[in-house]
Design a binder for this molecule. Structure first.
Ligand code: TEU
Ligand code: CA
Length: 557
């Protein structure tokens, strides 16, 4: 398999608003990030993905961009950004920026022009349509509740917004839009960045005619008409020819609703589109028919089936990205582990589970210290998705308030966005002022300072996982196979490369889990590379029972 630096990398995602505040205004910023670069370097990650830092009115925390070529005032200046890039590069780390070009902010100059008149030269930069019988042009709903169309009095037409009404969708069918975006990407690449994470990049091509969904519902999820749309591969191949192929860079496309089949195109080995994508399939396993907020227990079998499908499906054809949480998802230890009695064990187990698979692992800030979900009062939530959903379901829809709050505790995006917990002081060392979003009260126990002082911490375990990847090609390039398929508690798999075999055993439950050694290993599991029960003796090596949330990785040659 072809060697690539981005296959051998571990990425750390920073959500700037919540990472580190340098000036006491309660909002994380670039100088704050710079002050923590040594910390990231010690962890051992070699790529930083920065969620958006561009000019933005912050309707969706920077995912609504009003100027792609400047920095948000609250975060700092372009000079600060140059210092950040320099600080990363001088530590041998790379920088991946967030490219949010399915939509812009409604305060972007293109949109301000576009909405001013039907004849404006920017009109066709966005997707404008007249109403139908006094209603929206079609029945699509937005991801953030309500219709995906906003009426604009100025020109008596509607514009499309798949997300908030302050995030109008750009019209990728217009070659001028594509050219603007390519030029903007080149501007950043020429400043020396090393890659792009591309926000909902598989939504950029909408179906011809923008049809309503069949079935005659007043409002409905129209995903079939814009996820992996008719020209998306053409647009990405063009972007690849015009921009990506000219740089030694890394790309990851965020692709809700993409199948493995789609991924073999987006992330194809031939390198004609992107390096890898973020799939959502494993993130949807605990959602019921009602979608994200209809929370269901996760079945280990489903996880095995899903991950195995992606691992095998892209083998030799493309490349996986590996993640269990990010700024849009609940904290992984609360969702897939046990964030009370086995927080440390289960966080380490989940890290092992993910980092030993084939693909590029992504760590979301705070994951490396086992940060957890949070329960806030309704008034303390800031996320537009949560607030719109609450309004639609409870205030307008009369749904049970307690039940909706429960779903927010489990799935709300603010779980991931509470400030990074640096120490046990009042605001967790994040700010000297009032944090924009409340800190999780558990920062008294869960914080970086504590983690750095404890040699058994999750932090040092992650440091070891990252180091192992650099030492063993098999962790990066080995082929994946599921083993112990029928075991109801353990997720186990092997990786193989040349004459080596890696065996990964992960107990996903809080009970002891017996197992039989996979037969072809003949009881010779090999050398124990890492385990999350460090204090147990060499007994671990042969015991065929895993302790609660125990993880072990063996290498045999
Ligand atoms: O997210 C796209 C997306 O569809 C989901 O992650 C979504 O935000 C979430 O699952 C809703 O349940 C990307 C960004 O990661 C997200 O932060 C932005 O809000 C969104 O695009 C719009 O730019
Ligand atoms: Ca600040």
């Amino acid at each position: 398999m072809e060697r690539k630096w981005w296959k051998e990398s571990v990425v750390y995602q920073i959500y700037p608003r919540s990472f580190m505040d340098s000036n006491g205004d309660g909002i994380g910023d670039l100088p704050g990030i710079i002050s923590k670069l040594d910390y990231l370097h010690e962890l051992g990650v070699n790529v930083v993905w920065l969620s958006p830092v561009f000019k933005s009115p912050n309707d969706d925390n920077g995912y609504d961009i009003s100027d792609y070529q400047d920095i948000m005032d609250e975060f700092g200046t372009l000079n600060d950004w140059e210092d950040l890039l320099e600080g990363l590069h001088s530590r041998n780390m790379k920088l991946m920026m967030d490219l949010v070009v399915n939509h812009s902010s409604d305060e972007h100059k293109w949109f301000i022009e576009s909405r001013s008149s039907k004849d404006d030269s920017y009109r066709d930069y966005y997707i404008w349509r007249p109403g139908k019988d006094g209603k929206e042009p079609n029945n699509w709903t937005s991801v953030f509740s309500g219709p995906a169309w906003q009426y604009d009095q100025e020109t008596d037409e509607y514009y499309l917004h798949l997300f908030s009404k302050k995030q109008p969708d750009l019209n990728w069918a217009n070659p001028a839009v594509r050219k603007e975006i390519h030029d903007m990407m080149i501007w950043w690449l020429d400043k020396g960045i090393d890659g792009f994470r591309m926000d909902v990049i598989n939504l950029i091509s909408k179906a011809e005619g923008l049809p309503s969904t069949p079935g005659g519902k007043r409002y409905d999820w129209g995903g079939d008409f814009f996820m992996n749309g008719p020209h998306v591969h053409e647009y990405l191949q063009e972007m690849n020819r015009e921009v990506l192929s000219k740089y030694d860079m890394m790309t990851v496309g965020e692709c809700p609703g993409a199948s493995v089949e789609d991924a073999t195109k987006y992330a194809n080995n031939g390198g004609t589109e992107l390096n890898m994508i973020f799939t959502f399939e494993h993130m949807d396993l605990d959602s019921g028919p009602g979608g994200k907020w209809d929370v269901q227990p996760l079945k280990l079998d489903d996880l095995k089936e899903c991950m195995t499908k992606w691992q095998k499906g892209l083998e030799g054809k493309g490349w996986n990205s590996l993640y269990l949480n990010n700024h849009d998802q609940p904290r992984m230890v609360s969702r897939f582990g046990n964030d009370t009695s086995y927080r440390v064990e289960s966080a380490k187990m989940l890290g092992t589970f993910l980092h030993m698979m084939q693909g590029t692992p992504y760590i979301y800030q705070g994951e490396e210290i086992g940060m957890t979900n949070v329960k806030l009062d309704l008034d303390d939530y800031k996320d537009i998705e949560i607030l719109n959903m609450y309004r639609e379901k409870v205030i307008e829809g009369q749904e049970d308030q307690a039940k909706v709050m429960e779903s927010i505790y489990m799935k709300g995006r603010d779980n991931a966005r509470t400030p990074m917990q640096w120490d046990d002081s009042q605001n967790a060392g994040f700010t000297t002022g009032t944090p924009w979003l409340k800190v999780n009260p558990n920062h008294a126990e869960i914080n970086v300072k504590q983690a750095l002082e404890d040699s058994n911490s999750i932090f040092y375990y992650y440091q070891k996982l990252i180091k192992l990847r650099k030492e063993h090609d098999i962790i990066v390039y080995g082929a994946y196979d599921l083993v112990l398929k029928e075991n109801e508690q353990i997720y186990a798999y092997t990786r193989t490369l040349d004459h080596e075999t890696l065996l990964v055993l992960c107990n996903f439950t809080e009970e002891a889990a017996p197992f039989e050694w996979p037969r072809h290993l003949n009881g010779e599991a090999g050398q124990l590379l890492i385990t999350n029960y460090a204090d147990q003796g060499c007994d671990t090596i042969s015991s065929n029972t895993l302790k609660p949330y125990e993880a072990r990785v063996y290498l045999s040659k």
